[in-house]
Write a new protein. Sequence first.
Length: 216
Amino acid sequence: MRTMDEVVAGIAACGVVAVVRAESADEALGAVRAVRAGGVQGIEVTFTVPNAERIIARLAEELGDEVYLGAGTVTTTAQAQLAIDAGAQYLVSPGFDPEVVAYTLERGRPFFPGVLTPSEILAAKKLNVQVFKIFPASRLGAAYLKDLQGPFPGIKLLPTGGIDVHNAADYIKAGAVALGVGGKLVDKAAIKAGNWPALTATAQELMRVVAEARGK
C-alpha cells in the first residue's frame, strides 16, 4: 500500500484528478478507463455515484498501481470507512468536517477537504492535512491561489470546480499542485452516448496543457 506521502506526491506528479460522477457503475467504469487512456492517473469516484464503494473496489483490482484512486464527496465517517475498505488511496470532500478528516488520517489515508477561506485552511492544518481542495475554485479564480500562498507559503492547493482545458494553465501557473476536473473532462453527454474516445481526447489535451504550463 502506498504511504500518505507517496499518494500526495503521486497526485502532484499527475497534475490532474478526474472527478467521476455517473448514474451507474458501468458508466463510471467506462469513464475511468477512457480518461486513463488519455493519460490521467488521478481518479476520484464520488459517493454521488450509486454503489461507489463497489466501483472503487473493482477499479482497485483492475488498475492497481496504474492510477491514484480516490473517493470523492465523502461527508461521513461511514462513507470514509466504506471507501478505505474498498481500496481508496485518498479521500476528498466538498467541505471540511474534522471528525471525518481525523478518522481518515488515522486509517493512514490522505484527506483533501474542501476549503475556501484562510480560517478553514488553518483549522485543517491543525489536523495535519497536506492538500487543500479549493472549492468552488471558479468563484474566485486562479488569482486567489496566489493570494493564499502569501500567508501559507508552500501550501498544496487542489482547485476544483469550473476548470477546463481553457483555464487549466492559469491555475497551474498560479501554484496549483494539481487540478480537480469534473464535468469539463468527464462529460455527462459523452458518457451517456458511450463516446469514450471523446473523453480520452479531452484527457489528452488537458494533460498537454498542464505539462506545457509546468514548462515540460
